[in-house]
Design a binder for this molecule. Structure first.
Ligand SMILES: Nc1ncnc2c1ncn2[C@@H]1O[C@H](COP(=O)(O)OP(=O)(O)O)[C@@H](O)[C@H]1O
Ligand SMILES: [Mg+2]
Length: 366
């Protein structure tokens, strides 16, 4: 899978940008606040339809301008595509894939990417939401049904929470929760099952990579966990969740919020039999995150038959020589990569890469 061209108009600090890319590694260097991450952000818009850091489209439009345009041409095994996004100040937007208007949520699944940025180094020790995001983002790209279920789940969750608040204020009856609960359970079961299934494979792949990086001296695994149980069978989960929702109903009403479900689940990482969150050293965490990202790449390849693109935002400088080497070895010659940094990373001299400078929203090939 390759990005062939990107065009930007009034996107963040880019007034105009038009670049075509071949396969291989593309390295963008420049001082801070010049537009390096903005460029990866624009590419990522073609992956998920939304930014990995901005909450609203509004932030993406160049200050003082009324609209922004992002156009990304790319190919996957099946076809070449052109995706055009027009974002407007009033919050509306137009998404056009190959000349046809599509909804934002339909963008996902055409261009696949693995994103690796400094915040990911917190994947192990950070909040559960980061870990859920890791797994959801991965599965969503390769499984449209999952993404639809995920969106539906969140919508129903919102509606359930809204109803909980109304019940709390005694303007609705608790019995009304029944229909939301049934729907919530069905979707939760699907999400739980798929996350668990994918995570087992990720765990296996990441475990192998981790062992390689540490020359077999340490072991690593990842486990999907749901509060107080770790059973994985569908029926077990369904019953467990049903009971949880039922028993927790009064508590949920008091809080006006649903306290259990896929939106609260977590992933547990184990290094050498110990919980990495609690006991992992900084070096071990970095190795773990790198292993997980490389596993994510392999996993997507296994499912779709081709490698996703890789977006590396400012992470080379965060990795030591050995880990950097490992990463470079993995991508060289097979994965189209867009990487940024304030300096050209040591170790890159071994690969054929194209270099660009980024300064105040202007990109030049070096
Ligand atoms: N909507 C916007 N309009 C104009 N400039 C913006 C907008 N959003 C961000 N910027 C500018 O983009 C720059 C940051 O770009 P970024 O890609 O994050 O930098 P870096 O090169 O450090 O990765 C800052 O100068 C910021 O002011
Ligand atoms: Mg940056």
């Amino acid at each position: 899978m390759n990005v062939e061209r990107i065009k930007l108009h009034n996107f963040r600090n880019y007034q105009e940008l038009n670049f075509s890319f071949l396969q291989g590694v593309h390295v963008f260097t420049g001082c801070n606040a010049q537009g390096k991450t903005n460029l990866l952000e624009a590419l990522f818009l073609a992956v998920l339809g939304k930014s990995f850091r901005a909450g609203k489209d509004d932030e993406l439009i160049e200050r003082g301008k009324q609209s922004a345009k992002i156009e990304v041409e790319f190919n996957n095994l099946i076809a070449s595509h052109s995706l055009k996004l027009d974002l407007y100040r009033d919050g509306t937007r137009k998404n056009v894939l190959d000349g046809q208007a599509i909804k934002k949520r339909e963008i996902v699944g055409y261009l696949n990417a693995v994103l690796f940025c400094p915040e990911d180094l917190w994947l192990i020790k950070g909040s559960p939401s980061g870990r859920r995001r890791f797994i959801d983002l991965m599965i969503s790209q390769v499984d449209r049904n999952y993404y639809q279920d995920f969106i539906k789940f969140n919508r129903i969750l919102l509606q359930r929470n809204h109803l909980l608040k109304k019940i709390q204020q005694q303007s609705a009856k608790p019995k009304l929760l029944d229909i939301w609960d049934d729907q919530l359970i069905e979707l939760a079961v699907k999400i739980h099952h798929r996350r668990n299934e994918v995570l087992r494979k990720i765990s296996e792949l990441a475990g192998q990579i981790y062992a390689k990086i540490t020359s077999g001296t340490e072991t690593f695994s990842a486990h999907y966990c749901v509060f107080d149980q770790d059973k994985t069978e569908i029926e077990f989960y369904r019953k467990w969740y049903q009971q949880r929702l039922f028993e927790g109903r009064n508590n949920d009403i008091r809080r006006g919020n649903t306290e259990f479900g896929p939106h609260k689940d977590d992933i547990n990482f184990i290094i050498d039999d110990y919980e990495a969150k609690l006991f992992g050293s900084q070096g071990q965490q970095r190795t773990a995150v790198l292993s997980l990202k490389l596993a994510e790449i392999e996993m997507m390849k296994n499912i779709t038959g081709e490698y996703p693109i890789l977006l590396l935002d400012d992470v080379m400088s965060e990795l030591d020589g050995q880990r950097r080497e490992r990463l470079i070895q993995e991508i060289d010659g097979k994965i189209q990569t867009f990487m940024t940094g304030t300096e050209i990373a040591i170790g890159l001299e071994k690969v054929t890469a194209t270099y660009y400078s980024v300064s105040a929203g202007v990109v030049e090939r070096m």
